[in-house]
Design a protein around this ligand. Structure first.
Ligand code: HEM
Length: 333
C-alpha cells in the first residue's frame, strides 16, 4: 500500500513538473505577460507613455533604452543590476568599459519607476521596466512588437567585472562575440538578429577608430570597410581627439528600426568591427545577414523571438531578489 502511494505521488509530481515545463516552453522560464494584470493593470500603459514622451523629445532615446536591457541581461541575468548606483559595497556597472560615457536613459527609467510607485507601490520591478521599455522603444522606432514575459525581480547586488567581461566589445573577434552570446544561452541566430538593434542609435569615434587608421597612424588597414565611407568617417574621427563624437550606427536610416543595417553590412558599411565581422568571418552568419537584408519581415520575427529569449536570461523570480522602490538603490539603503 505504502509503495502504491509513493508511486502515486511520484506520478503527480512528474505531471506537475511536466506542466511547469510547458509553461516555461511557452513563455520562457516562469515569466508570463499577464504577471501584473491584477496587481498593476495599468503598468504597461504607464511605461509606454513615459517612453513615448522621452522618444518624442529625443528619438535616440529609443536606442539607448533598448541597449540598457541588453547590458542588464548579460550581467547576472535580467535583474536591473545595471541601474544600481555606487554605494556601500556596490561599485556601479555604470562605470564599466561598455557603459562608461555611453550607457544612457537612466533618468527615463527613474521617471517610469516614480510613476509606477504612485500607481501601485512596491509592485513593478525595475528589471521588468527595462524589458518593457526595450520593447516599447523598438515599436516606437518602427520595429516589431511582441508580448513581454514579466515577473522578474530586482537584484540586491551587481557585478562590475561581469559588465566588463560578459558584454561583447566592438573590437572582439567574431568567435569571442559568439562565445559570449553562447555563455548566455543565445545562439548564432540570436547574435545576428539582435545585432540588428544597430539599425538605430549612435556610437562614439573611440568605439571604431582603430578601423580607420593602422598602428603607424596611416590610413587604411581595414579592407572590410568601404574606402569612401572610411574616408568620410576619418574627417570627423581623427587619429587623436574627438573621442566622444557621435556617429550613426546605421547611416541610411539612423532613427528608423528597419533592415537597412544588414544592407549596409553587405556593402561593407558597418560602423563597428563587431558589425562587419557578421559578414566577413562566418558563412552561416553571412547567410543570415543576407536573409534579413532581403526580408524585413523575417528580421522582425527573429528579432522579437530573440528579444524574448534574451529577456529570459537568469531572471530572479518568486522569493529571490526584491522589488526596488528606487531603481538606483537596493531597499535597505
Ligand atoms: C553583438 C555584440 C555587440 C557589440 C560588440 C556592441 C557594441 C556596441 C557599441 C560599441 C556601441 C556604441 C557605444 C558608444 O560608442 O557609446 C553600441 C551601441 C548600441 N548597441 Fe550594441 N553591441 C552589440 C550588440 C547589441 C545588442 C544585442 C543590442 C540590443 C539588443 C545592442 C543595442 C545597441 C544600441 C541600440 C546602441 C545605440 C545606443 C545609443 O545610441 O544610445 N547592441 N553597441
Amino acid at each position: 500500500m505504502a509503495k502504491f502511494f509513493s508511486c502515486f505521488f511520484m506520478a503527480i509530481a512528474l505531471l506537475s513538473s511536466a506542466q511547469l515545463c510547458l509553461c516555461s516552453k511557452s513563455y520562457g522560464g516562469y515569466l508570463y505577460p499577464q504577471f501584473y494584470d491584477r496587481s498593476c493593470p495599468r503598468a504597461q500603459e504607464i511605461v509606454e507613455s513615459v517612453v513615448a514622451k522621452a522618444v518624442a523629445k529625443e528619438p535616440r532615446m529609443a536606442a539607448s533604452l533598448l541597449r540598457l536591457h541588453f547590458h542588464d541581461c548579460f550581467v547576472k541575468g535580467c535583474d536591473a543590476s545595471i541601474l544600481l548606483d555606487s554605494s556601500g559595497s556596490i561599485s556601479s556597472e555604470k562605470r564599466s568599459n561598455p557603459n562608461r560615457n555611453s550607457a544612457r536613459g537612466f533618468e527615463v527609467i527613474d521617471e517610469i519607476k516614480a510613476a509606477l510607485e504612485v500607481e501601485c507601490p512596491h509592485t513593478v520591478s525595475c528589471a521588468d521596466i527595462l524589458a518593457l521599455a526595450a520593447r516599447d522603444s523598438t515599436v516606437l522606432a518602427g520595429g516589431p512588437n511582441w508580448e513581454v514575459p514579466l515577473g522578474r525581480r530586482d537584484s540586491i547586488g551587481n557585478s562590475l567585472s561581469g559588465s566588463n567581461n560578459n558584454i561583447p566589445a566592438p573590437n572582439n573577434t567574431f568567435q569571442t562575440i559568439l562565445t559570449k552570446f553562447k555563455l548566455q544561452g543565445l545562439d548564432l541566430v540570436d547574435l545576428v538578429a539582435l545585432s540588428g538593434s544597430h539599425t538605430i542609435g549612435n556610437a562614439r569615434c573611440v568605439s571604431f577608430r582603430q578601423r580607420l587608421y593602422n598602428q603607424t597612424g596611416n590610413s587604411l588597414p581595414d579592407y572590410t570597410l568601404d574606402q569612401s565611407y572610411a574616408a568620410e568617417l576619418r574627417t570627423k574621427c581623427p587619429k587623436s581627439g574627438g573621442d566622444q563624437t557621435l556617429f550613426h550606427l546605421d547611416f541610411v536610416s539612423p532613427t528608423r528600426f528597419d533592415n537597412s543595417y544588414f544592407k549596409n553590412l553587405l556593402a561593407y558599411k558597418g560602423l563597428l568591427s563587431s558589425d562587419q565581422v557578421l559578414v566577413t568571418k562566418s558563412a552561416a552568419s553571412l547567410q543570415l545577414v543576407k536573409a534579413y537584408a532581403e526580408n524585413n519581415e523575417l528580421f522582425f520575427q527573429h528579432f522579437a523571438k530573440s528579444m524574448v529569449k534574451m529577456g529570459n536570461i537568469s531572471p530572479l523570480t518568486s522569493f529571490s531578489g526584491e522589488i526596488r522602490k528606487n531603481c538606483r538603490k537596493i531597499n535597505h539603503y
